[in-house]
Structure formats: C-alpha cells, structure tokens
Design a protein. Structure first.
Length: 262
C-alpha cells in the first residue's frame, strides 16, 4: 500500500491554530501531534503513533462508499494508508475481500466505534474474512466510521489484542484520534493543488474519477467510448503528474485534493 503524495496547501489553512494552555494540558500528547502536522505523511505518522500508544500496532485508513450502480449494490474502497501485515494485505487483495469484508458493511450502520466481534448477521464469506484475519495476526479490531457529505465514510480500522479492543477508555481515545485526523486532513487539503490541477487534463480527471468509483480500465473504456489502452495511457500520465506509483493512490490523491469527486 502507498501513502498519499506529499502536498502543502497555501494560506492560513495549513497552519494549526494555537491552543490554550488548559486545553493542551488536558489533551494526550499523541493527539496533540496531529494538530501540528504540516503535511499528510506527518499526519499519518502521528495517527499511527497515537493508536500504537493505545495498543493497536496495526491500522488502516480508507474511504468507503456505496456504488451508484442501479444493477447491484457494491462497496468501493479507496486506501488512504495501511499498516497491516504485508502477507495479509497481499492475501486480502488477491481474494478481493474488500467487497465482502463485514467491517465495511457495518460502517454504514454505525456512527460510533464498533468492535469487529460485535458485528451481527455475518454471512459465511464475511466470517471467513474475520477468521483469516485472526490467523494472520489481527487478533481483534475496532473500527471508527467518520461519515462525510455525499454518503462516503472515512473509516479507521484498528487492530490489536482483545484487551485493548474491549477497553472502553481506548475506544473513546481512538475515536478522538480518528476525528482529529479527519479535522486535520481537511485543514491540510482545504485548497486544491494549483499545480496538479494545471497538469491534469479533463480526460485524466475523468479516468481517475472512475478509478475512484472502483471501475477497471475495460469498464472505463466502455463508459468513455475509448480503448482500454487509451485509458491506461491517461492514467499513467495522471500518476506522473501527481507523483504517485499506482492508479488507486493517484485516485485517492486527486480526491483528497478536490480534483475529482467519486
């Protein structure tokens, strides 16, 4: 998995607002570091450090949305950052578990943190995902959904020992860290990148938009009425412009910068 490319926004939006001493004194130090992140990579690192102090060595931040297809409901998942065991990530991707992961389904029916073992109505396929996750070293999990305008969800999945997952105080602090991340992400990406906007062509934006909606090159080609070779060309050029090494990372980058709206 790849992180979002580094970018800085212009103006006052990139600078954290000074906090009163009494607020700083009452706020855990790891959470304070999120408020002073100057860019997205630093923000991600600060979040990772914060949840690690809570006993969660593994975490994933993703954007989850429902497909707009009228034929069938589908969950589209765009990765912002992942810190899971590499072998599990590869296995998860090979099996395309994102579409059957019950953690994603539950995000649409919860507005507060929820534990993976509390998710009800598991299908056989969903139960297999959780069982194999445990076998891969993800003993327990806590998810925090942050609902956004337009129906998408910024989802924070944290994994660690069950004692940490079941700790009520941990749940509250994890929620604070996740909402703080969301707030600071908005601060850092409030204004679109003028440089990226200048270098992305309308066709590149179209292709990235459909990638963000979970479409393959062949599907995008059909939608736009061009060949899949042409689609791949536009995506490769967009990745170069955004300094990304993968189409998914480029789509997420463009989405965060406000260049496309999945």
């Amino acid at each position: 998995m790849k992180r979002l490319s580094r970018r800085r926004s212009n103006g006052l939006a990139r600078h954290p607002v000074a906090m009163p001493d009494r607020v700083q004194a009452a706020t855990p130090a790891p959470l304070m570091r999120l408020a002073y992140a100057a860019d997205i990579p630093t923000l991600v690192d600060s979040f990772g450090n914060a949840v690690d102090t809570l006993g969660f060595p593994y975490y994933v931040i993703s954007r989850v949305a429902r497909s707009r297809s009228a034929c069938h409901q589908r969950t589209a998942v765009e990765m912002v950052h992942a810190h899971y065991p590499d072998e599990w990530v590869r296995h998860y991707q090979r099996r395309d578990y994102a579409s059957t992961d019950p953690v994603h389904r539950a995000a649409f029916t919860h507005s507060a943190p929820y534990r993976w073992h509390d998710i009800i109505g598991l299908s056989k396929a969903e139960r297999r995902v959780l069982d194999e996750a445990r076998e891969a070293g993800l003993d327990g999990g806590l998810s925090i959904p942050v609902h956004q305008p337009g129906g998408s969800i910024l989802l924070f999945n944290l994994s660690g020992p069950l004692r940490c997952v079941n700790d009520v105080a941990n749940s509250r602090l994890a929620y604070l860290a996740s909402t703080q991340f969301h707030f600071e992400l908005h601060r850092l990406t409030h204004k679109p990148s003028i440089k990226a906007s200048h270098f992305l062509t309308p066709r590149q934006r179209e292709c990235l938009t459909w990638v963000a909606r979970g479409k393959t090159s062949a599907e995008i080609a059909t939608i736009l009425g061009i060949s899949h070779y042409t689609v791949n060309y536009h995506l490769e050029e967009a990745m170069k412009a955004l300094n990304c090494y993968g189409r998914t990372a480029a789509a997420v980058n463009a989405t965060v910068q406000g260049l496309v709206e999945p």
